[in-house]
Write a protein that binds this ligand. Structure first.
Ligand code: ATP
Ligand code: MG
Length: 353
């Protein structure tokens, strides 16, 4: 994503000195409350826009259980975790089971936390189903003295049949209340389908988040400085899907990191032919043909910055950047960025030969 979409009014007096005014607060290192680290985004903000679904889920839970269904990335895991956290705060005992593809190949793999380690190796995942079942019943009954244990089962469509059967059995006996999540288009195992067929759980649909909730999340993650038009543009792009927003922010973060490298280089007023990109030695001479401005732009482009990012960084119009790039291409005898990348390699990559 072009980082112009993140541009807004920067807070005064923050960040490293730079030679040119930067119009993106990200470049000033403004702290934001979401966390983007090592390519992963933690959108660590309060849950937003799910009040109605949580109310519906909690009344379904009181009646037995709830299965949250919805498209990928809509926030099923987050909502299920929220429901469990609220149950804990209300004094209920909870357990979280995460079903995964890897676990699905191990019979009873997902219900390890429900098994009784005192029953010996035969009661471990892969062991005798009857021993496992009686251990799970005994242990769960001990934990569910006052009220059923609230069990979150994330991605229940990935549960192995044995685990789903045990969960169903525990629910029928009134030992657990289930909060399961199932992704649209996936088939849940019979034990989970039986939960809602037998009336032990109700399905609650999670639809894409509305604009107000997306605004809340964006404001929390990016801070209040993002321009309203850009916030709307991002909300439109991610279409109410918070996971898509997280992925968009990873892309934006990578762009910003590259542009920051360019900003740091420019701030040192360096005249050498390095910068955010490295020049293959045999091509250094060709680059000396370029004007200083052309060289700056070529190095930033080779570092991965889009024309829009470069324009923002150097306070130029996109058209001017493209004109400089066009002239540089002609001098270098290349026809575009792909060929430019052969001549100029990003700093953290080996020079291509
Ligand atoms: N209502 C919400 N308010 C704030 N943040 C949210 C909300 N819903 C989801 N998120 C955040 O969005 C991201 C994706 O949500 P989550 O993992 O719950 O989606 P999912 O539907 O379980 O995705 P998947 O299909 O990959 O399992 C997470 O970082 C989560 O914390
Ligand atoms: Mg999930």
């Amino acid at each position: 994503m072009a980082c112009t979409a993140l541009r807004g009014r920067p807070p005064a007096g923050r960040g490293a000195p730079i030679r040119r005014p930067l119009r993106n607060e990200y470049l000033h290192g403004r702290p934001h409350q979401g966390e983007i680290r090592g390519g992963a985004v933690r959108m660590d903000c309060p849950i937003s826009g799910r009040a109605d679904e949580i109310v519906a889920a909690e009344s379904a839970l009181a009646a037995g259980g709830v299965v949250l269904v919805g498209p990928a990335g809509v926030g099923r895991t987050r909502t299920a975790r929220e429901i469990l956290a609220r149950a804990r705060r209300a004094g209920r005992e909870t357990e979280w089971l995460a079903a995964t593809r890897e676990c699905a190949s191990i019979p009873f793999g997902a219900i390890l936390p429900l098994l009784d380690p005192g029953d010996g190796p035969g009661a471990a995942p892969g062991g005798d189903p009857l021993v496992l079942l009686s251990g799970a019943v005994r242990r769960t009954a001990a934990r569910a003295r006052r009220s059923p244990l609230v069990v979150g089962i994330d991605d229940a469509h990935l549960l192995d049949d044995g685990s789903a059967g045990v969960v169903h059995h525990l629910a029928v006996r009134g030992l657990v209340s289930v909060v399961a999540t199932v992704r649209d288009g996936e088939r849940a195992p019979d034990g989970i389908v039986a939960l809602w067929k037998d009336g032990l759980a109700t399905r609650v649909r999670l639809n894409p988040l509305g604009p107000a909730a997306m605004t809340d999340i964006l404001t929390h993650v990016l801070g209040p400085y993002i321009a309203e038009a850009h916030r709307r543009e991002i909300a439109r792009m991610v279409d109410g899907n918070p996971q898509m927003l997280a992925e968009l922010l990873i892309g934006a973060h990578e762009t910003v990191t590259r542009v920051r490298a360019g900003a740091a280089w420019l701030s040192e007023s360096r005249d050498d032919a390095e910068g955010p990109a490295r020049i293959a030695p045999e091509n250094a001479e060709a680059l000396s043909e370029l004007s200083r401005r052309e060289r700056e732009i070529v190095l930033l482009a080779a570092g991965g910055a889009a024309s829009k990012d470069i324009a923002g960084l150097l306070s130029l119009s996109v058209r001017t950047v493209d004109n400089h790039l066009g002239r540089a291409y002609a001098k270098l005898g290349v026809s575009g960025r792909a060929e430019l990348a052969v001549i100029v390699a990003p700093r953290d990559h080996a020079v291509r030969t």
